[in-house]
Design a protein around this ligand. Structure first.
Ligand SMILES: Nc1ncnc2c1ncn2[C@@H]1O[C@H](COP(=O)(O)OP(=O)(O)OP(=O)(O)O)[C@@H](O)[C@H]1O
Ligand SMILES: [Mg+2]
Length: 319
């Protein structure tokens, strides 16, 4: 069962296409980190899913409920944290949360409100008008509001922006608990580490389309670094290391990292589906009588995969 099913969702603003056909299924209980450069469509997509912006094409279901057919019903499943916290400046935190509780039809919400304010560290500011709140305090109250009706699908648009270390920890703990309770989480961020901290899946959106989607391990495999070998040869007095390695079948390209005396440190990148690159490198070094001092097989690097899209390439990254 999917918590979110997005089928060819498009959104145009006049002539401008912000979403060019987003197809994305997120299973219940998954924690998806959605990455993409500025203007890629992250916020627009979350807003469409949260029923705040109407899509111009496609179908989107939240917990099986079509957001176009039954937006009210879909909304009850959704908690959306964005930079607009939708709070009333003249009301204090308790009054704000009471207001939203009424909107969601929650009965006797006061105890839940109190405990949420306590969790986000706002109990001491509970009777101050929100107008005097700093950005981080706003964001904390926003987190309480998002969790208020116990949504099963939690959408967070760059939730870490403006939070201090303590609030980051509070948010992370709440997300971990939500995940443990089987909720579905979709989070956008520009910070790779924060995004992947709790994520079971990562996706990249570029120019309004999903261009990569998989577990962090699967995406890592797309990196040019996956299976590359870094080798140090001690004595290559006869030279020609780079051209000779480059001629090996499984080799895509060779980078010389360091040359000292008669030694050399190189990184050898594999071709698509290359098998046993390390073995080929080792046997060539035997033939050539290079003394092989060190050989290390690299893991794929997610930052490299993301960098690829951020740099504006549109084909498959790396290999
Ligand atoms: N109301 C609007 N009217 C016109 N264009 C819009 C509107 N909202 C968004 N866009 C455009 O749609 C594209 C996607 O915007 P969106 O805010 O979804 O990007 P994003 O991935 O969230 O970027 P960022 O990382 O900067 O937050 C951008 O080019 C943006 O300028
Ligand atoms: Mg955005």
């Amino acid at each position: 069962m999917f918590a979110l099913e997005s089928e060819d969702i498009r959104k145009t603003f006049g002539h401008f296409t912000a979403l060019a056909g987003v197809t994305l299924n997120v299973e219940r209980g998954e924690f998806l980190a959605l990455f993409g450069r500025n203007g890629a469509g992250k916020t627009t997509f979350l807003k469409v899913a949260a029923t705040l912006v109407r899509h111009t094409h496609g179908k989107l279901r939240v917990e099986g409920v079509d957001i176009s057919d039954e937006p009210e019903k879909a909304r009850r499943h959704i908690g959306f944290l964005s930079h607009n916290t939708y709070l009333y400046r003249d009301l204090n935190p308790v009054e704000n949360l009471r207001f939203f509780a009424r909107l969601y039809g929650l009965k006797e919400p006061d105890r839940r409100i109190e405990s949420l304010l306590d969790r986000v560290g706002l109990q001491r500011r509970a009777s101050d008008a929100v107008r005097g709140f700093s950005r981080g305090l706003h964001q904390r109250l926003g987190i309480a509001r998002v969790m208020l009706h116990d949504p099963s699908l939690i959408l967070l648009d760059e939730p870490y922006t403006g939070l201090d270390a303590n609030a980051v920890e509070i948010l992370n703990r709440m997300l971990d608990e939500a995940y443990a309770a089987g909720k579905t989480i979709i989070l956008t961020t520009h910070d790779l580490d924060q995004g992947l901290r709790g994520a079971t899946r990562a996706a990249i959106i570029d120019r309004g389309k999903i261009v990569a989607n998989g577990t962090p391990a699967e995406l890592r495999q797309r990196s040019e670094w996956a299976g590359a070998v870094t080798v140090r040869f001690g004595n290559v007095a006869n030279g020609g290391v780079k051209p000779k390695l480059s001629q090996l079948g499984p080799v895509k390209r060779v980078e010389v990292l360091e040359e000292k005396n008669s030694g050399v440190l190189v990184r050898v990148f594999p071709r698509d589906n290359a098998k046993d690159l390390a073995g080929s490198v080792a046997s060539l070094s035997q033939t050539e009588k290079w003394s092989l001092q060190e050989l290390h097989t690299e893991e794929g690097r997610l930052d490299e995969v993301f960098q690829h899209y951020h740099a504006g390439h549109h084909s498959h990254p790396g290999r």
